[in-house]
Design a protein around this ligand. Structure first.
Ligand code: ADP
Ligand code: ZN
Length: 432
């Protein structure tokens, strides 16, 4: 029923496995220059239960940067077969190294993730994310092959070719970045195809924050089932947490990772079900173990058991990165709050961008919104009303009234990889 027996272990068994593995992780990590120094006085006997992980120090992105490139490796470079890097969304990328065993284990986690949403060896999977250093390429690819799927390494972009491959090879599963999926769905129609007639059944969407409204929109536009996929290169890449067919949160594969959620200000665990920063520890990676990594991603544990029977805890969709927060007129705003409002409005097209501008001495945001072709009519009053209605709904959600600019569909450039949702124009223009 499940890909791996550990998926339904009793909680007590799972936690025993975790603490056993955690002790081994600390022993192994100490072979690296970084943890050798940081954990030299740590007494392994302090780890009696999985929750004793709080006795270990955090590792931050700055630690990884300061140790670039080899400071976290536990063995000689001869033992490594692959390297990846983060996309660098928030600054200097970090490099991650894998031994052959690490690659195998990652492929297993990825295969398990796909299996959980119904992908089987009879499926044909088209990987539409960029290959290269980005983990969404080879990470998904190896997982798909491990599961036995015929795998089409299409890579990013080139919509027409993507459609041709999908039709020629009867592709049933897509791996696609959500912002690109919205764009792609529209292109498929423009190219004269009916999405309902396409062979696809399942889309694995992830790599960037997106809302439930966006998922529903992708599902409706494409006539597909879309499942949320979470991962980060520091923890291998995709395959860290994945939805099951219930679509009620993402199971963190707890035999391979320990997940914690902390208050970013105090470093203490938040109360059950509250939102905080996700902290992750690798339990099975031999070459480059990472302990209590502060991901900067904000989410919460979903209380209770999943109907699918898996015992691994679920996290809610990532509401954003701590770094994404904007402060406008003293109010904290996350881009996903804006996306949630926009994607629920039928007049709104498939893309938007938030521009950070200066008005007088105050920061303000201007939300550029693509409007669907059929609503982009010549009657100015209609558009002005739409603009007002978007501004009012946004104000309702974010508590400040943003500037809203309506643009034609396709007017906002589409990034090939992760969408850039916020553009800082404060130094470039003096707004009236
Ligand atoms: P970078 O941090 O430079 O973007 P990665 O390519 O390693 O590098 O991407 C990992 C990050 O992508 C995560 O920390 C998270 O912020 C984001 N991410 C990945 N999957 C999801 C998802 N399903 N939902 C929201 N955010 C995601
Ligand atoms: Zn489940």
């Amino acid at each position: 029923m499940f890909y791996h027996p550990s998926e339904s272990l009793k909680r007590s068994e799972l936690e025993n496995l975790q603490v056993e593995r955690l002790r081994a992780v600390v022993e192994n990590a100490r072979k690296s220059p970084f943890y050798g120094e940081r954990l030299k006085d740590f007494d392994i006997r302090e780890l009696q239960t999985a929750s004793d992980i709080t006795k270990l120090p955090f590792t931050t992105k700055d630690d990884l940067r300061s140790q670039y490139p080899y400071g976290l490796l536990t063995r000689s470079l001869d033992d490594f077969v692959r390297l990846h890097a983060s996309s660098g969304t928030t600054g200097t990328p970090t490099a991650v190294f894998y031994t052959q065993k690490d690659i195998d284990q990652w492929a297993d986690l990825m295969a398990r993730s796909m299996y959980a949403v119904g992908v089987r060896r009879s499926d044909v999977l088209q990987n539409m994310s960029g290959y290269g250093l980005f983990t969404g390429g080879l990470g998904i690819h190896y997982g798909s092959e491990r599961l036995g799927c015929l795998t089409v390494p299409a890579g990013a972009g080139n919509t027409r070719r993507q459609i041709k491959l999908i039709r020629d090879f009867s592709v049933t599963v897509l791996h696609i970045i959500p912002s690109f999926a919205l764009y792609f769905a529209q292109k498929v129609v423009e190219e004269g195809f009916d999405p309902a007639e396409m062979p696809w059944k399942v889309a694995l969407i992830g790599a960037e924050p997106h809302t439930e409204e966006t998922r529903r929109r992708i599902e409706e536009l494409m006539h597909i089932k879309a499942y949320n996929s979470y991962g980060l290169s520091e923890m291998n890449g995709p395959g860290v947490a994945f939805e099951c067919t219930e679509q009620t949160g993402m199971h963190v594969w707890e035999d391979a990772y320990i997940a914690e959620i902390i208050d970013p200000a105090t470093g203490e665990h938040v109360a059950e079900g509250e939102v905080g920063e996700l902290v992750m520890t690798t339990l099975t990676r031999e070459g480059m173990p990472i302990i209590r990594y502060r991901t900067r991603d904000l989410t919460r544990f979903i209380p209770g058991q999943c109907a699918c029977g898996r015992t691994h805890r679920r996290i809610d969709r990532i509401t954003g990165r701590a770094d994404d927060m904007l402060i406008i007129k003293g109010v904290n705003i996350y881009p996903m709050q804006i996306e949630q409002v926009l994607m629920a409005m039928p007049e709104v097209g498939q893309n938007y961008v938030i521009e950070l501008i200066r008005e007088g001495f105050m920061d303000q945001i201007r939300v550029k919104v693509e409007v669907k072709e059929e609503y982009f009519v010549e009657d100015m009053r209609v558009l002005r009303n739409l603009q007002k209605s978007i501004a009012a709904r946004l104000c309702n959600e974010i508590l400040v009234t943003p500037r809203v600019e309506l643009v034609m569909h396709d007017a906002i450039p589409k990034a090939a990889g992760k969408a850039v949702r916020v553009v800082d124009l404060r130094d470039q223009e003096k707004d009236s």
